[in-house]
Ligand binder design. Structure first.
Ligand code: BEZ
Length: 385
């Protein structure tokens, strides 16, 4: 190569690198940084950023920047918060959130503005049910999924009469419905459905009622700080040994250390567990612990997988986020190599995944068995247009 053609070659290479580096994606992280779900929001953020950092600050050929908002798990502020990210900050993708009610308001903004949205936690059945849309994806679960898997577990133990207890908002109510569906189909009876407003944690009157009703077991949905308080109060009321407590795994994921032993032995069902024997989980856990000095939980996994899903979409369009149709096609077809075990998206854009039975031991939730293999949400009411 002579000097002239060498100069041109270097110039072209430089231009190619510059063009490559010019692809950008702006991610709007709408998550709780305060309130009862604050730790969940932090774990999701950590998981998402870990995957981006592992890939040199890039996702599928695009360099990543962030805009963030603390949604406070407050549905009343959700539309305004989502609009801030979409209209003021001009994000390409909305990632959020934890609370089902907040996520439903976000989804309406995403549908109206056609902004891509990835839900890294909120289980609202509607998001991949009646509110499903081509641009809305979830890397977590439906409220139905983990709870539905628990019905047969209790029936096999000979448990027939159950009292349920949860916060009165969509996540709790739908989780209880999921449990009820499989439990009553197998002959179980729901003796009483107890609810209290979110995020109240004055459990005493409900525990008194449970002691009076004397069911075979109690099934609950609680998460974050509320889950810690419930497990402690349940043990302190002397109920733990007489009326076994079960729940979806949000009860014990990321909460056991704060329970100070009150969660020991609790059986829960969830799409993640400790001690899963797969290389991806081992690598993820080592990487997370190195980055943050703490063990990851299900929320960190969901955040990590949200970044993986976005990377799959961007890689298919060479980092050009404006090719929304190309991204949606690739994301819908993606198989995510998740720490929970690999999963595919259902036609409604929700993970089809194994649900594990776990038993709390110390600060962790080791897997006991697969409670439901490759469980797909029924996606009732979803008309993908
Ligand atoms: C929800 O609101 O969908 C939710 C919150 C915390 C854990 C699981 C679900």
């Amino acid at each position: 190569m002579n000097k002239f053609s060498w100069t041109i070659a270097v110039g072209l290479l430089g231009a190619a690198v510059a063009a490559h580096a010019a692809e950008e994606v702006k991610v709007g992280l709408m998550l709780p940084a305060t309130g009862t779900y604050a730790r969940l929001g932090t774990a999701i953020t950590n998981g998402f950023k870990l995957y981006v950092d592992e890939n040199g600050g890039m996702l599928g050929g695009a360099s990543v920047s962030y805009a963030t908002v603390d949604d406070e798990s407050d549905p009343a502020k959700a539309t305004e918060n989502a609009n801030k990210l979409v209209k003021r900050d001009g994000v390409d993708v909305l990632v959020g959130t934890v609370h089902s009610g907040v996520a439903m308001a976000m989804a309406k903004v995403a549908r109206g503005s056609k902004t891509l949205m990835i839900v890294p936690n909120a289980g609202a059945d509607e998001l991949t049910g009646p509110l499903c849309a081509p641009n809305i994806f979830r890397t977590s679960f439906t409220n139905w999924q983990p709870s539905y898997a628990m019905g047969p577990v209790l029936l096999k133990k000979g448990i027939k009469r159950v009292v349920t207890l949860t916060w009165k908002y969509s996540a709790g109510l739908q989780a209880i419905e999921g449990f009820k569906e499989s439990f009553t189909a197998g002959g179980g009876e729901i003796v009483q459905e107890l609810t209290l407003p979110f995020p109240n944690t004055e459990f005493q009157p409900y525990l008194t009622e449970i002691a009076t009703l004397k069911p075979d077991a109690v099934f609950v949905f609680f998460a974050g700080g509320g889950a810690v308080k419930l497990a402690k109060d349940y043990a302190a009321a002397g109920l733990k040994d007489s009326i076994p407590l079960y729940g979806s795994g949000f009860l014990t994921d990321g909460t056991l250390a704060a329970m100070g032993g009150a969660g020991e032995g609790l059986l829960t069902t969830l799409h993640y567990a400790d001690g899963l024997d797969n290389p991806k989980d081992k690598a993820f856990r080592a990487s997370y612990e190195k980055a943050y000095g703490a063990a990851p939980d299900v929320y960190a996994v969901q955040g990590y997988d949200a970044a993986q899903l976005l990377a799959a979409g961007l890689a298919a369009v060479k980092g050009k986020v404006e090719d929304r149709e190309g991204m949606i096609k690739a994301m819908a077809a993606a198989r995510i190599d998740s720490p929970r075990g690999s999963f595919a998206m259902s036609p409604a854009h929700n993970p089809v995944q194994d649900i594990y039975l776990r038993e709390a031991r110390g600060d962790i939730n080791p897997v006991v068995a697969v409670a439901a293999a490759a469980l797909a949400d029924p996606a009732r009411g979803c008309r993908m247009k």
